[in-house]
Design a protein around this ligand. Structure first.
Ligand SMILES: [Zn+2]
Length: 272
């Protein structure tokens, strides 16, 4: 274990899939002292069976064994099963980030269970700050519908199923956060993209990122949305759904979904 016990913050991004978590991870990782590690749960749970696999590329452009971050963690357990195994492996990730002088780890695993494990570990000198990222139900479901249309499926059924999945899963995440002992902040993906500068200022304050710190941020993302990783102009909002009037009609037909959407579509920063 590292002798270096400077304090470090884990910024954990909790969200549904396809909510912009990889883009948020990379953006935060560009801030001073931060390192973006992507979906660590996928790496640690053995989704990546072969660490030496030459086809595995880190977002820094290197293969894992040549990556300046992950090459220092060759012995990391990448077949974690139990909470203890995940916690022990994460302890190594934390120690390595501390050794490399980072003050913030950005983790876009999204899964509540990993956050629960990490929070229960009570790591010394480690603060865990969660960002609960929510994309507007209309935009989220419209992108599921476009995918279904490309696959030749019934778009109306896919859309109705999608808005309900959004509702049930976000309700679960919200209850999870409210019942647990977490420090969390709600971030609307729409605000993050369309009111970017204000969002970054609020996030910097919430995460206590020292903007005068000369240390540059870096991202070493192995698992995440690959298309977003390769897209240089990643911060682009797909506004096509704004003009699709009937998407909003569903929020009248299913008022409980409209209620949760308006509750979650405004960013709220600070300790909840
Ligand atoms: Zn890398």
């Amino acid at each position: 274990m590292s002798k270096n016990n400077q304090s470090i913050t884990i910024c954990y991004i909790l969200s549904l899939g396809h909510s912009g978590s990889t883009v948020l991870d990379r953006t935060l990782a560009s801030l001073p002292g931060a390192v973006g590690l992507g979906e660590t749960y996928a790496l640690l749970s053995g989704k990546e069976q072969n660490f030496e696999n030459t086809s595995s590329l880190c977002s820094c452009g290197n293969q894992l064994l040549q990556c300046e971050y992950w090459s220092g963690l060759k012995d990391l357990n990448k077949n974690c099963q139990s909470p203890e195994e995940f916690i022990n492996a994460y302890q190594q990730i934390i120690a390595h980030a501390q050794q490399q002088g980072y003050s913030h780890i950005i983790d876009s695993s999204k899964k509540p269970w990993l956050l629960e494990y990490l929070n229960s570990a009570r790591f010394e000198n480690v603060e865990i700050k969660t960002i609960y990222l929510v994309r507007d139900v209309r935009g989220w479901a419209a992108s599921r519908r476009s995918l279904a249309a490309r696959e030749g499926k019934s778009t109306i059924l896919v859309f109705i199923r999608a808005v309900h999945n959004w509702f049930l899963n976000n309700l679960r995440l919200l209850n999870f956060l409210k019942k647990g002992d977490y420090t969390w902040s709600l971030l609307s993906y729409e605000s993050f993209v369309l009111d970017h500068e204000n969002s970054i200022n609020s996030l910097t304050k919430y995460l206590n990122i020292d903007t005068s710190n000369a240390a540059e941020g870096a991202d070493h993302i192995v698992f995440g949305n690959r298309t977003k990783l390769n897209d240089q102009k990643h911060l682009r909002y797909d506004t096509r759904w704004f003009n699709v009037y009937h998407l909003s009609v569903y929020l009248f037909i299913f008022p409980y979904i409209g209620w949760l959407n308006s509750l979650l579509s405004i960013s709220k920063n600070g300790k909840e």
